[in-house]
Design a protein around this ligand. Structure first.
Ligand SMILES: Nc1ncnc2c1ncn2[C@@H]1O[C@H](COP(=O)(O)OP(=O)(O)OP(=O)(O)O)[C@@H](O)[C@H]1O
Ligand SMILES: [Mg+2]
Length: 255
């Protein structure tokens, strides 16, 4: 199973949106899982319309069955909490244990596992790096310069922990006007691409700030399931990610 972690230096840049849409894009043709590792703020259940799921079924092997939704397997701490406003008060080692269980005790039976991380380079990111040893990380950023400073940090974190960076996704890059469909560059333009050149990592693509993305996330149906231009961008990014992972594998086997 290839594991891909989605991270960012900064909060609210669209990691979960990217993770959920990439997972759905991959699930169209591959066995795919989505592990929500955002223990303090799990947003995957809401984004996928799974807020009412409470508890997980046990599999024959005494392990857990992930929740299946349209060919995608999902696991989130949100499924184990009595209500969505229940706070989690755990220190690092307990979080580490939860992540270990999510990786080892859930019957993923998948070719690809997308891991949605909380923002930054804290306990959860470290636990995922050590326990899952991801085949790559995708770094999500927005075009503002402050976010770009943080993305440098995230790239260095991946380098220090020796996890390959699959590439950078620039999210919320230009607003698609719902009236005239013209693109307005709210946060500037091209920062993600410039940064990827500077840091020598792949630029995976720009996702526009599209009101339909917000709405579809709120309604529990990611945009990839609905279709349209922004959905195509996600599908294209998913293809590029698979290409990169495949190439990395070839390089490894030829060594
Ligand atoms: N391209 C986009 N266009 C419009 N809205 C978007 C886009 N990307 C994300 N959003 C919206 O922005 C909000 C934050 O996105 P999301 O939850 O994916 O960010 P995050 O990086 O996972 O946040 P956190 O750091 O809290 O985990 C959500 O309401 C989401 O629907
Ligand atoms: Mg998130």
């Amino acid at each position: 199973m290839k594991k891909i972690a989605v991270m960012s230096g900064k909060g609210g840049v669209g990691k979960s949106t990217v993770a959920a849409n990439l997972a759905f894009a991959l699930a169209q043709n591959h066995k795919t899982g989505l592990f929500d590792v955002d223990i303090h703020g799990p947003s995957i259940p809401k984004m996928l319309g799974l807020e009412d799921v409470k508890g997980l079924a046990e599999s024959e092997k005494g392990r857990f069955k992930p929740v299946e939704i349209r060919n995608l397997k999902v696991f989130s701490i949100g499924f184990l909490l009595p209500t969505s406003d229940t706070p989690i008060i755990w220190r690092g080692p307990v979080k580490h244990g939860f992540i270990k269980q999510g990786l080892e005790q859930v019957d993923w039976n998948a070719d690809y596992l997308i891991i949605d991380l909380p923002p930054g380079t804290g306990d959860e990111a470290l636990s995922v790096i050590h326990l899952a040893k991801p085949d790559g990380v995708i770094i999500v950023t927005t075009p503002q310069s402050v976010a770009l400073e943080d993305v440098r940090k995230a790239i260095r974190f991946a380098e220090k922990t020796e996890i390959p960076v699959v590439g950078i996704v620039e999210n919320m890059s230009g607003l698609i006007c719902p009236h005239c469909s013209k693109v307005i560059d709210v946060f500037g333009k091209g920062g993600g691409r410039r940064l990827s050149e500077e840091m020598n990592v792949t630029f995976l693509g720009s996702i526009p700030l599209d009101p339909e993305v917000t709405e579809s996330g709120d309604r529990g149906r990611p945009i990839v399931e609905i279709g349209g231009k922004t959905s195509e961008v996600f599908n294209k990014i998913a293809e590029t990610v698979l290409d990169i992972l495949e190439r990395t594998k070839k390089v490894e086997t030829s060594q």
